[in-house]
Design a protein around this ligand. Structure first.
Ligand SMILES: Cc1cc2nc3c(=O)[nH]c(=O)nc-3n(C[C@H](O)[C@H](O)[C@H](O)COP(=O)(O)OP(=O)(O)OC[C@H]3O[C@@H](n4cnc5c(N)ncnc54)[C@H](O)[C@@H]3O)c2cc1C
Length: 432
C-alpha cells in the first residue's frame, strides 16, 4: 500500500506544532509522508508581531527556518501559496513563485494529498471601511510588521529636520482596542524611549503620541472589566489617548474620520480591529462562515469532506451551545495536539476524538512597563487576576511553551539562555 500523504497548509502557531508532532509519530517511522506547505520560508510566532513592528524584537533571532526545522523533525517543507483545491482529484493548486525582480522561479503547480489540514491563520478585518487598505498598516505578517517599522523610523527621522521641529511629535492612530492594538500602543512608547536613547529622535521633545480607538464601550471587550480598566489606566499613564465608543468610518492619508465626523490627525495609521480568514477560502467549495472560516465539526473535519481538516484562526469549530472556539494561539495549539492524535487514529481506522477548548486565561503585555491578565483553573472559574512581575513571567512563558512544542526541551532551554546573553551583548532594538 502506498504511504499516505498528509499535507498541512500553513506553518504558523498551530500548523508548525502539528507538523512537528506528526513528523515524530508518523513521518519518522514512514507511516505517512508529512508535508508542510507555507508561502514563507521562515516562521515567526504571530503574537510577537507587535514587537517586530516596533523593532523591539529582532526577527532573525526568533524566526525558525522551515527547511532546517523540517529536516530535524521528519517532515518535508514545501514553499508555496495555496490558491485552490480540487477535492475530487485530491490536489492543491499552488501559485507561481517569483523572485524580488518579478521573474518566475517556479510556475503554478499542483500538490496531491490524501489528508489535508488547513492552518492558514487570519488577516485583519477592515469590515469594508473606505480607505483602510490604502492608508492603514496591518500587522498580520512579518513583512507587514517590518513595513510598519520602516515607516515609523523614517517618519521619526523626518522630524529631526529642524524645519519640522515644531511638529516634532509622531502621532500614530491605532484602530482596534483588542490585544493587538493595546500591546502595540504600549510597545510604541518603549520603542520611542529606545529610539531617543539611540539618538534617532530629538532629545528635547516628547516624541510620540498614540490614539487607541475602540468601537466598543471599553478596551479589550472580550476580557474581564477589571483587566480592561487596569489596562486603560496603565496606557493613559504612559500617554496614550484612549477613545472608546468610537467607530472609524473612513481612513484617509494622515487622518482617521470617526462616526461622529471627528477628525483624528495622524502620521501613521494601523488597523487592528478584528480578524477574518483569508477571503479566498470562501471560494474553495467548502462551507465557510461570514468571516471566511471553514466550518468544521468537533473532530476538526470540514462539514463537507472528512479528508479535509482545519484548525486555528481559519476554522470555525463549535464550542458549547451557540459559540465557536476563539481565534487564539492557545486554541490553535490545543487543536494541533488533538489533530496529531486524530490523524493517527484516522490512519488506523479508529474513531476520532472531539475537540474541547480549555481556556487557560488571557495575558496582555504592556511592553516593559507591565502585564495584566488572568489565569483560569477551570472554564467555570473566574480566574486568578495577575499583574506586574508575575503576569510578565506568565506572558513570557506562553512563547516558551510554543518553542517547547516545536523545538523540544533542550533547544528551548538553550534559546532561553541565548536570549538572556543577548540582552548584554546586543542593543535592545533593531533599527534597520
Ligand atoms: C500582535 C498579535 C498578538 C497576539 N497575541 C496573542 C496572545 O497573547 N495570546 C493568544 O492566544 N493569541 C494571540 N494572538 C492571536 C494568535 O497569534 C493567533 O490566534 C494564532 O497565531 C493563530 O494560529 P494559526 O496557526 O491559526 O495561524 P498563524 O499562526 O497566523 O499561521 C498561519 C500560517 O499560514 C501561512 N499562510 C497563510 N496563507 C497561506 C497560503 N495561501 N498558502 C500557504 N501558506 C499560507 C502563513 O504564512 C502562516 O505561517 C495575537 C495575534 C497578533 C497579530
Amino acid at each position: 500500500m502506498p504511504t499516505p500523504r498528509i499535507v498541512i497548509v500553513g506553518g504558523g502557531a498551530g500548523g508548525l506544532a502539528l507538523a512537528t508532532r506528526l513528523g515524530h509519530t508518523l513521518g519518522k517511522r514512514k507511516r505517512a509522508e508529512i508535508v508542510l506547505l507555507d508561502r514563507d520560508t521562515t516562521h515567526v510566532w504571530k503574537p510577537l508581531l507587535h514587537e517586530l513592528a516596533t523593532g523591539v524584537l529582532n526577527s532573525s533571532m526568533d524566526e525558525v527556518d522551515l527547511r532546517g526545522h523540517s529536516s530535524a523533525h521528519f517532515y518535508r517543507y514545501q514553499r508555496g501559496s495555496l490558491t485552490g483545491i480540487n477535492r475530487e482529484q485530491q490536489t492543491l493548486q499552488l501559485a507561481p513563485i517569483h523572485d524580488e525582480d518579478g521573474q518566475e522561479v517556479l510556475p503554478a503547480r499542483e500538490l496531491a494529498y490524501d489528508y489535508l489540514v488547513m492552518a492558514l491563520g487570519s488577516v485583519s478585518n477592515d469590515f469594508g471601511t473606505p480607505g483602510v487598505t490604502e492608508h492603514c498598516h496591518f500587522i498580520d505578517s512579518p513583512e507587514q510588521a517590518k513595513a510598519f517599522q520602516r515607516d515609523m523610523i523614517n517618519t521619526f527621522l523626518r522630524y529631526t529636520d529642524p524645519n519640522l521641529r515644531q511638529h516634532a511629535q509622531l502621532t500614530i492612530g491605532i484602530v482596534g482596542g483588542g490585544a493587538t492594538g493595546v500591546e502595540l500602543a504600549a510597545e510604541l512608547f518603549d520603542a520611542s524611549r529606545m529610539l531617543n536613547a539611540y539618538g534617532v529622535t530629538a532629545e528635547d521633545h516628547q516624541t510620540i503620541s498614540v490614539h487607541l480607538i475602540e468601537a466598543a464601550p471599553r478596551l479589550l471587550p472580550g476580557l474581564s472589566e477589571r483587566i480592561s480598566q487596569t489596562v486603560k489606566t496603565e496606557l493613559e499613564s504612559l500617554g496614550v489617548t484612549v477613545h472608546t465608543d468610537t467607530a472609524i468610518k473612513e481612513a484617509q492619508a494622515h487622518q482617521l474620520i470617526t462616526g461622529g465626523d471627528e477628525v483624528i490627525k495622524t502620521d501613521i495609521n494601523v488597523w487592528a480591529a478584528g480578524i477574518k480568514a483569508p477571503p479566498f477560502l470562501a471560494g474553495l467549495g467548502l462551507t465557510t462562515n461570514k468571516k471566511n472560516q471553514i466550518e468544521v465539526n468537533r473532530t476538526l473535519q470540514s462539514v463537507d469532506d472528512e479528508k479535509v481538516f482545519a484548525l486555528g484562526d481559519c476554522a470555525s469549530c463549535p464550542m458549547g451551545e451557540d459559540s465557536t472556539v476563539p481565534p487564539r494561539a492557545q486554541a490553535a495549539h490545543q487543536q494541533a495536539k488533538l489533530l496529531a492524535k486524530n490523524l493517527v487514529n484516522q490512519l488506523e481506522g479508529k474513531p476520532l476524538a472531539d475537540f474541547r477548548y480549555r481556556d487557560h486565561g488571557s495575558l496582555v503585555s504592556l511592553a516593559r512597563f507591565d502585564a495584566v491578565g488572568n489565569l483560569m483553573r477551570s472554564s467555570a472559574s473566574k480566574g486568578l487576576f495577575l499583574e506586574g512581575w508575575l503576569a510578565r513571567q506568565a506572558y513570557a512563558s506562553l512563547y516558551r511553551m510554543h518553542q517547547l512544542s516545536i523545538h523540544g526541551a533542550p533547544k528551548t532551554g538553550l534559546a532561553w539562555l541565548v536570549d538572556k546573553l543577548n540582552r548584554y551583548l546586543k542593543p535592545r532594538m533593531k533599527l534597520h
